[in-house]
Design a protein around this ligand. Structure first.
Ligand SMILES: [Zn+2]
Length: 365
């Protein structure tokens, strides 16, 4: 539900900085009303005290937790740090399940997805010879289940082992590189969904990248995957329900996403690299995610923590006021430090406090 704030502004313009004053109020006053009147006493107002112009602004910041429904929330104010664009973005942390959600989704998010954004880069194709090697490798991986043959793009394949003929969807696939690796490895019925790509791309009869949402497809799938796209979506229940409807009975849903169980979130707060304001619209806790997936009809098979050293070096760069540039790793961290970060990530994963997980869900037969 969207609630209304009546904001009185001196110059009739609305700015995020002024809205964020509401977050300060919210920490002291647990508003329960559908509508409230909020007086913003920003700098502009101080200069225009006698010229208040009432302005209605629609915001989601009074919403309940999208994962568990609790309205007991704590406010955090984050900045865009990946490209150093700044700004102020309010996240609500659910005090019941621990999940995070962006209070107000910017009306135009495209300015926060530059051309260098990882999912919008060009697809890298494999030569005919490399594709043969990739097929042999995948067959060997299935046969021997050896770490030696494990594909670098999917450690999680060992848990689900889809058949080569299975119909597989990747939601939020960007350029479709992951599905292309599946294709090169011998999978035959692959469908990527991303409404934000330039155009539909029929790479082969076995692989189509659709410029649409999975909800708009008539196909039913054996496996639906979301690799770090779930957190870019506005509503967890809507997307989970859509996945449930598009899966065949017994079909599986794999969701890889950051989680707020992360120790680094508890330690470093809004400097946490995977908070990624304002692109990440929601970050579940494992508790919140399991609750909402169950509500959508899913059975949980397993949760696997798969965080990496990225959580540490990325967060350190943000704490130093630097943008997220892999070229800065060498300049800012010694090899020993990176090795220690890797070690710590493994330890965090074992203890269930890494900053991202793989959820393995299933639709009942
Ligand atoms: Zn919650």
């Amino acid at each position: 539900m969207t609630n209304l704030f009546l904001i009185f502004l001196g110059n009739g313009n609305f700015s995020r900085a002024q809205l964020d004053l509401s977050t300060i109020f919210r920490q002291f006053f647990p508003f329960n009303h559908k509508s409230i009147i909020f007086y913003s006493f920003g700098l502009e107002l101080a200069l225009n005290l006698f010229y208040f112009t009432p302005m209605k602004v629609s915001v989601d910041s009074m919403d309940k937790c999208k994962f568990c429904g609790s309205s007991n929330q704590k406010v955090h104010v984050a900045e865009e740090r990946m490209f150093g664009q700044g700004g102020k973005f309010t996240y609500l942390e659910c005090l019941s399940c621990g999940s995070l959600q962006l209070a107000t989704i910017p009306s135009d998010l495209s300015s926060y997805y530059s051309n260098g954004y990882y999912s919008l880069v060009d697809l890298t194709y494999s030569s005919f010879f490399r594709r043969i090697l990739k097929r042999v490798r995948m067959k060997s991986f299935y046969k021997f289940e050896s770490k030696f043959f494990e594909p670098s793009f999917g450690y999680w394949l060992k848990k689900i082992k889809p058949k080569f003929s299975d119909r597989i969807a990747d939601i939020g696939c960007g350029n479709g590189q992951l599905l292309y690796e599946f294709f090169a490895s011998g999978f035959q019925d692959l469908h990527g969904f991303d409404p934000f790509i330039e155009e539909e791309n029929r790479i082969s009869p076995s692989l189509t990248i659709w410029k649409k949402r999975i909800e708009e497809s008539d196909l039913k799938f054996d496996l639906i995957m979301m690799h770090h796209s779930f957190e870019h979506m506005p509503d967890p229940f809507d997307i989970l329900k859509a996945c449930f409807e598009k899966l065949k009975p017994g079909g599986r849903l794999l969701i890889r996403t950051p989680v707020s169980d992360a120790q680094i979130w508890k330690d470093e707060g809004v400097f946490w690299v995977q908070l990624d304001a304002p692109r990440h619209l929601m970050i579940p806790s494992t508790k919140g995610m399991v609750a909402i997936a169950k509500k959508a009809g899913f059975i949980l098979d397993e949760i696997e923590f798969d965080s990496s050293e990225f959580q540490f070096w990325g967060t350190e760069l943000y704490k130093k006021g630097l943008a997220l540039d892999p070229k800065l790793i060498g300049k800012n961290f010694a090899k020993e430090e990176i090795d220690a970060f890797k070690e710590k990530a493994l330890q965090y994963n074992q203890e269930g406090k890494g900053d991202q997980v793989c959820f393995y869900f299933r639709k009942q037969d």
